[in-house]
Design a protein around this ligand. Structure first.
Ligand code: ZN
Length: 285
């Protein structure tokens, strides 16, 4: 655990900080899945994205983006010391120590959550003396306005996502609501990719003619780039999510664009390549 990995896009550095890799039965996450078709993809999915037993591998990690002197953390995993859905918590990982190897938490100036699910807002906060306080005291936490308004308009009674990951940030006055095409720096901007959640965003990085995109959860697993109509069970708007994945593959397929998967295990980043009528994801070495 805690394996770091980094990439350079022109002058921008992106570093992965791992919280956890989890094996899952494919049908536990992916909707509309066709087992025979999945078997055809095994040759390129193994070993990084599927294990010998045929389980898919899902990585939970944060991405630290350094651009023009700014230090941006994209998505903050699940966090320690709190209840999590499906009895996954409380966790006690060394994530924060790993992150500190990349950037001191006081030096992070921006936190960006691609959407407001529990595994993307966790380390927004940490437990100190019995209270959850902002992990990054000098950061602005950016939430897409559409996303924030969606979840606040339909509050759930026991919304642990907000209770632990969002409310303490709002209470501290550290949040900023931004449009879904917001520009963070000359090199980093948001791109709306709705469907998984209504205000979901991806992150586009462009520097010195090089380009990368951080997916967020518009795709959970590389096989969905080959089969964009295979959804994810937690998708709020399944039809819109399919459309978004198809657009994404059309836009970034066979392009010199590094696709960095928010839940992609192993190499995490790579390229969408067309091979024999369908797409596959080729991990960058
Ligand atoms: Zn997620």
């Amino acid at each position: 655990m805690g394996e770091q990995k980094s990439w350079r896009i022109g002058d921008v550095k992106i570093t992965r900080v791992l919280e956890q890799v989890a094996p899952l039965p494919p049908e536990g996450l992916i909707a509309n899945i066709d087992p025979a078709r999945l078997a055809e993809h095994r040759s390129w999915l193994q070993p990084h994205f599927m294990n010998e037993a045929g389980q898919i591998l899902l990585s939970i990690h944060a991405l630290v983006v350094e651009s023009g002197g700014r230090r941006i953390v994209v998505d903050t995993c699940m966090g320690n010391d709190r209840p999590l859905p499906r009895d996954m918590g409380p966790l006690s990982t060394a994530f924060l120590e790993e992150l500190t190897q990349v950037v001191a938490r006081e030096d992070v100036d921006t936190v960006l959550c691609t959407h407001l699910h529990f595994d993307h807002v966790g380390w927004n906060t940490m437990l100190v003396d019995g209270a959850f306080v902002p992990t990054f005291p000098n950061a602005r936490y950016l939430f897409a306005r559409e996303e924030y308004e969606h979840w606040t308009k339909s509050p759930e009674d026991e919304n642990i996502v907000f209770q632990y990951g969002v409310d303490p940030i709002v209470a501290a006055g550290l949040h900023t609501l931004v449009e879904s095409d917001h520009r963070l720096t000359d090199e980093v901007r948001l791109e709306p990719t709705p469907g998984h959640t209504p205000g979901h965003v991806s992150v586009v990085i462009e520097s010195r003619g090089e380009r990368a995109v951080i997916t967020g959860d518009m795709v959970h697993h590389p096989v969905q780039l080959a089969e964009p109509h295979w959804g994810s069970h937690p998708d709020t708007l399944p039809e819109r999510a399919i459309e978004t994945r198809r657009d994404f593959v059309a836009r970034y397929g066979d392009q010199p664009v590094l696709v960095i998967g928010t839940h992609f295990a192993g190499p995490t980043a790579g390229h969408i390549v067309r091979e024999g009528g369908s797409c596959r994801f080729r991990g960058a070495s």
